[in-house]
Design a protein around this ligand. Sequence first.
Ligand SMILES: [Zn+2]
Length: 138
Amino acid sequence: MQRKVQKISLKTGSPMESHAAAVLTPYAFSKLQEELVLAPQYASLMVDQTYFIVRHHTDVDGGCKVVWIPHDDFISCSCHLFEFSGILCRHVLRVLSANNCFHIPDRCLPTRWRNINCFHIPMMGADDLNGDGLSSVG
Ligand SMILES: [Zn+2]
């Protein structure tokens, strides 16, 4: 019997965090949670309906460009954290919450980060997941 108890504590109280905690592996969730905790420090400025600038509240210039097309379930940020790691960045999370989106789009939850109880990947440990996302082929 393998009993693996992961204590997950929610830090933001947001529905997105609960959603992530339910579907992601503990490692992936901890990475996403770091971003979620930082997201409220950012301002989301709508440029047009699908294009946002997300900027730290202490910055007067610059910031990341987020493109979000809800009906296509498409979201992308100029920091490319998601493309590299499969973890949504604080900028994307900020845009989602600023637009009353309380769940993480399905597309933004890569299979490799999902907590799938009936599916085991024997060779993959938490340490292996610490690297880059080069094994991911779009
Ligand atoms: Zn970003």
